[in-house]
Write a protein that binds this ligand. Structure first.
Ligand code: 5AD
Ligand code: SF4
Length: 350
């Protein structure tokens, strides 16, 4: 008989075995106890205000070939698009008008967006919206490029590490991709001064419980400002088409555990979670998340940015999305905040 694990106190240092047991113990009550403890610390640090990010998926071209992702270069059926600077700026304008103060520029690894094209774009966004933060999520680049993007106004960077286990990284990626390079990028981003986000999928093919525990250990050591976590969801045009999706329950437990380990982390309730569970965003917040990304991409391209199957098709404009989501938040005891949403601690210093 497995002994029921204890819910950790905030900031506690857990062994891998303890993490594994908290994530996978069959007692469903653990999910609720973890969530309760995580909410409590989240409420103490951030209150019930939820930071809203405007997500702009600006290119679906990618030179990489990650086995799990629908945008991988070998997927000849993927529909590719790039937004023009004007289109991207229109997305920002739509988001700004409704109250968004962070724009997340996300895309595949697309060489068309050279250093010059990116820095011109960043400078223009920053000039128009000096009170907003820009987050980049465009994968592995050289240190010089990371520095140039930072100098041009990007302050945050999301780069999931995907898995902290070498062999598992190799299983999920083609031979030319290396965990060591991913880690080098994360360290460079940190050194330059970005707020850095890393993270992983829950239930990705080949993931063993101890690997997820190792990911948690890595997060604890790296102490990122942001953590992106969502369930793996198969995409029909990838080698992992027949694999099964990650567990919502484990994702929720992991969100709570990350909140408890890194109390002031910025933690989104991700789109992947809401794809598997209609209530996923609220369940994520109730598990300790405090950030939500709402899609600002033009309607015409939203379906084409297809990392996994079944991504909620959202036909609404920014105003409707914000209004409806604000109402959902309020029904659940939260509120959308109009703010850049920096990590707690930093705002106090400013
Ligand atoms: N299921 C869930 N998440 C995925 N990602 C990519 N493909 C999938 C998938 N099939 C995540 C990866 C990547 C981020 C942009 O999206 O973790 O870092
Ligand atoms: Fe490209 Fe990112 Fe998809 Fe990998 S996960 S194929 S880098 S878009």
């Amino acid at each position: 008989m497995l002994e029921q694990p204890q819910v950790p106190t905030p900031g506690a240092r857990l062994s891998r075995e303890e993490v594994e047991s908290l994530l996978f113990h069959p007692d469903a009550e653990i999910t609720a106890s973890l969530a309760r403890a995580a909410r409590q610390i989240r409420d103490r640090i951030y209150g019930r205000g939820v930071f809203i990010r405007g997500l702009i998926e600006f290119t679906s071209f990618c030179k990489n070939n990650c086995l799990y992702c629908g945008l991988r270069r070998s997927n000849a059926l993927a529909e590719r698009y790039r937004l023009s600077p004007e289109e991207i700026l229109e997305c920002c304008e739509d988001g700004y008008r409704v109250g968004m103060r962070t724009f997340v520029l996300q895309g595949g690894e697309d060489a068309y967006f050279t250093r010059k094209r990116m820095t011109d774009l960043l400078q223009e966004i920053k000039a128009r919206y000096p009170d907003c933060a820009i987050t980049l999520s465009i994968g592995e680049r050289s240190s010089e490029e990371y520095q140039a993007f930072f100098d041009a106004g990007a302050e945050r960077y999301l780069l999931r590490h995907e898995t902290a286990t070498n062999a598992h990284y190799r299983f999920l990626h083609p031979p030319e991709m290396h965990l060591s390079n991913r880690m080098r990028c994360l360290k460079e981003l940190r050194r330059i001064g970005y707020q850095v986000g890393c993270g992983m999928m829950v239930g990705s093919p080949g993931q063993m419980p101890e690997m997820l525990a190792r990911d948690v250990e890595f997060l604890r050591a790296f102490m990122p400002e942001m953590v992106g976590l969502g369930p793996f969801i198969p995409h029909r045009q990838t080698p992992f088409a027949q694999e099964k999706a990650g567990s919502v329950e484990t994702t929720l437990r992991l969100l709570s555990l990350v909140r408890l380990m890194l109390p002031s982390v910025l933690l989104p309730a991700t789109t992947a979670l809401s794809t598997l569970d209609g209530e996923g965003r609220i369940r994520g917040l109730d598990a300790g998340a405090n950030v939500v990304m709402l899609n600002l991409s033009p309607q015409s391209v939203r379906k084409k940015y297809s990392l996994y199957d079944g991504k909620a098709d959202c036909p609404d404009d920014a105003r409707t999305i914000w209004r409806e989501f604000s109402a959902t938040l309020e029904q659940n005891g939260y509120r959308a905040v109009v703010s850049r949403g920096d990590p707690a601690g930093k705002e106090e210093i400013e």
